[in-house]
Write a protein that binds this ligand. Structure first.
Ligand code: SF4
Length: 366
C-alpha cells in the first residue's frame, strides 16, 4: 500500500445557494462560523492522534471557504501543522468563490502555507453565469487571478461547467481561451448534472438544458480544445499543464487514503470507509457512519479507470500480489474493438469516448 494520506476539510457555508448545487452547505451565519471553526480545531486534534503517517495534501473545499475569512482559514491550517506531520512537498489547496473576496488576503494565505487555489469560475460567459445565478462576472475572475498571481500563487485551478443552458461550442471555446489567457495551471471541467432537490431539478423543463447527446458533444469538444490550449487530460474531468495534476484528487482516484473532516466529508482510512452525515450536530458530536472496508480490487479498478493512465498491470500486481483477472481483460478487449478502451503493453485505459459511458463500462468490467 502506498503511503499517501490526504486531508479534506469541508467548509459548509455559502452566501446563498446556487440553484444547481447539491453540496452540503448552509447560508453564512457569523455565530455558527465561530462554533464551526472551533469544532474543526478539535476534530483536527482528534484525527491527528489516529494518524501516524505524514499528510501529503490538504484540501479546503465547500461550500465557500471564503466565508471563514483569511484569519480562520490560516488558524485551521496552522492547527493542521501543529498536530499532524505534514510532508514538506504537501499540496495545500483552498477552493475560493470569485465573489466575496473582501475577507481574503492572498499574501497571508501563502504565508500560512496554502500553495494552490481553486476558483469556482464555471464559465467566462456572463450570460451563462447569469443562468447559473452566479454573482461574479468574467472580469471579476480575471482580476482575482491576476491578484493571486501577483501575490505569488503559482498553482491555480479554475472550474468550468459543460452543458450549461444556452452554452454553445463557440461560448465554450471562449471560456477555454479565457483560462489559457489567464495562464492558470489546472482546469476541472464537469458536465452539469441536474441533482434532485435542487431548483434546477424542479425547473428543468423551462431551462433548455442540453440533452445527453449535446452534452457528450460538448465534452468531447472541450477535451480536444483543452489539449490544444496546453492542458493535458489526466482524469475524466481534469486537465492540467505538465506537473500540475492535483495531488489531492489523485489520492482519491489512485485509491489511496484520506481523512475527511466536516459534515458530509468522507474518509478512507486504515482500510475502512466512513463519513460524517450531512448535519452540523452530528459533526459536533463526532458521530461517524461506517461504510465498510475500502480499497479492494473492484474499487481500485473503478477509481483508476477514471484516470487517462488507467490500469497499470505492474501496479495492480504490486498492490494485490496477483495479476488482474482474465475475465476483466477479455471484457475490456471487446470495448477496445469499439474504441472505448485502449490497450498497451503496460495496461489499459478508457478513451474520451469511453469516459462518456464510464459508469456503464466499469460496472460491466467488474
Ligand atoms: S457557491 Fe459552490 S458550494 Fe455554494 S451553493 Fe454555489 S456551487 Fe454550491
Amino acid at each position: 500500500m502506498n503511503k499517501k494520506l490526504g486531508l479534506y476539510i469541508h467548509i459548509p457555508f455559502c452566501s446563498k445557494k446556487c440553484p444547481y448545487c447539491d453540496f452540503f452547505s448552509k447560508c453564512k451565519d457569523d455565530k455558527e462560523i465561530d462554533v464551526y471553526t472551533n469544532a474543526l480545531l478539535k476534530s483536527i486534534k482528534y484525527w491527528s492522534e489516529k494518524a501516524s503517517r505524514p499528510i501529503t495534501s490538504v484540501y479546503f473545499g465547500g461550500g465557500t471557504p471564503n466565508m471563514l475569512g483569511t484569519d480562520n482559514l490560516c488558524k485551521v491550517l496552522s492547527e493542521v501543522y501543529k498536530n499532524f506531520s505534514v510532508d514538506k512537498n504537501a499540496e495545500i489547496t483552498t477552493e475560493l468563490n470569485p465573489s466575496y473576496l473582501q475577507s481574503i488576503n492572498f499574501q497571508k494565505l501563502l504565508k500560512a502555507g496554502f500553495n494552490r487555489l481553486s476558483f469556482g469560475m464555471q464559465s467566462a460567459n456572463d450570460e451563462e453565469l447569469k443562468v447559473l445565478n452566479r454573482e461574479h462576472t468574467s472580469d471579476d475572475v480575471k482580476n482575482v487571478i491576476k491578484k493571486a498571481q501577483n501575490s505569488g500563487f503559482k498553482n491555480i485551478s479554475l472550474d468550468l461547467m459543460l452543458g450549461i443552458p444556452k452554452q454553445t461550442k463557440s461560448s465554450l471555446t471562449k471560456s477555454i481561451e479565457f483560462c489559457r489567457d489567464c495562464n492558470v495551471e489546472h482546469i476541472s471541467a464537469y458536465i452539469l448534472k441536474v441533482e434532485e432537490n435542487t431548483p434546477f431539478y424542479k425547473n428543468q423543463a423551462f431551462l433548455n438544458i442540453p440533452d445527453n447527446d449535446t452534452q457528450a458533444d460538448l465534452y468531447l469538444f472541450a477535451c480536444k480544445k483543452l489539449e490544444d490550449a496546453g492542458y493535458h487530460q489526466y482524469e475524466i474531468s481534469n486537465f492540467s499543464k505538465t506537473g500540475f495534476e492535483s495531488k489531492h484528487n489523485l489520492t482519491y482516484w489512485q485509491c489511496e487514503e484520506y481523512i475527511g473532516i466536516g459534515p458530509s466529508a468522507h474518509s478512507f482510512f486504515n482500510g475502512k470507509r466512513f463519513y460524517y452525515p450531512r448535519s452540523f450536530n452530528n459533526f459536533y458530536n463526532n458521530n461517524i457512519l461506517k461504510d465498510g472496508f475500502g480499497g479492494d480490487e473492484e474499487e481500485y479498478i473503478m477509481l483508476n479507470l477514471r484516470l487517462t493512465k488507467g490500469i497499470n498491470f505492474a501496479d495492480f500486481k504490486k498492490r494485490f500480489f496477483k495479476n488482474i483477472s482474465r475475465s476483466i481483460i477479455n471484457k475490456a478487449k471487446i470495448y477496445e474493438k469499439s474504441g472505448f478502451i485502449n490497450f498497451s503493453k503496460e495496461g489499459f485505459n478508457l478513451t474520451p469516448k469511453g469516459f462518456l459511458v464510464s459508469n456503464y463500462i466499469i460496472a460491466d468490467l467488474i
